[in-house]
Write a protein that binds this ligand. Sequence first.
Ligand SMILES: Cc1cc2nc3c(=O)[nH]c(=O)nc-3n(C[C@H](O)[C@H](O)[C@H](O)COP(=O)(O)O)c2cc1C
Length: 217
Amino acid sequence: MLIDPKTFDRFNMILTGVVVPRPIAFVSTRSTDGVVNLAPFSFFNAMAYNPPTVIFSSSRRAPGWQDKRKDTLTNIEETGEYVINVVVDDIAAAMNATAAEYPSDVSEFDIAGLTEAPSEMVKPPRVLESPVNMECRLVQVVNIGEQPHSHGIVIGEILRMHLRDDILYEGPNGLRIDHAALKPTGRLAGNMYCHTDDVYELVRPVYTPQEEQQAAD
Ligand SMILES: Cc1cc2nc3c(=O)[nH]c(=O)nc-3n(C[C@H](O)[C@H](O)[C@H](O)COP(=O)(O)O)c2cc1C
């Protein structure tokens, strides 16, 4: 099958079905009125080490609503601050509970039974139950597409990263993340998720000009 995304009905389900599994950014923000907001975004990844840069993407409009904008994007554009909390298996159900299009004055922390922990560099709180919290400052929002399908790609710099001690171990070359302890949740398409505990190692080959010479001999 060959698909032209411009004419294929519901290409979004195909795209989110093949770019898998995706990590989930659980993004906490605070509105200019002080209302705390929390929502999951699986169009999410790390993009650079220096400055440490992460991106996620939010559609501008809440699906099924004519005019409702997504609170996360509005809050970030208005305040320039947010926290990305990594979703792990222990909080996956709580994360899912926050994903309905609640009114702007509702705090999803309360809905999900999660705990607000103070941040150091930004106003929005961290999710205490998440073992990884990245305090971020907005660098730029890149707009993609036209209404009603437009997205804002949020590019941010990590100012502080909080890591729970039990997900760390001392490797031969310094601190590393213990993924068996972290248990990050993977997003597939629609309502499907995966665990990430079936791991294996592939040692990356190293190219040396000497090997090339020997192969030529
Ligand atoms: C696991 C998961 C991943 C999601 N990923 C995205 C995403 O990448 N981009 C997006 O716009 N919405 C995504 N959503 C939907 C938003 O979380 C949802 O629209 C939410 O209500 C937005 O909240 P807000 O208005 O408080 O920002 C996702 C939902 C779930 C459950």
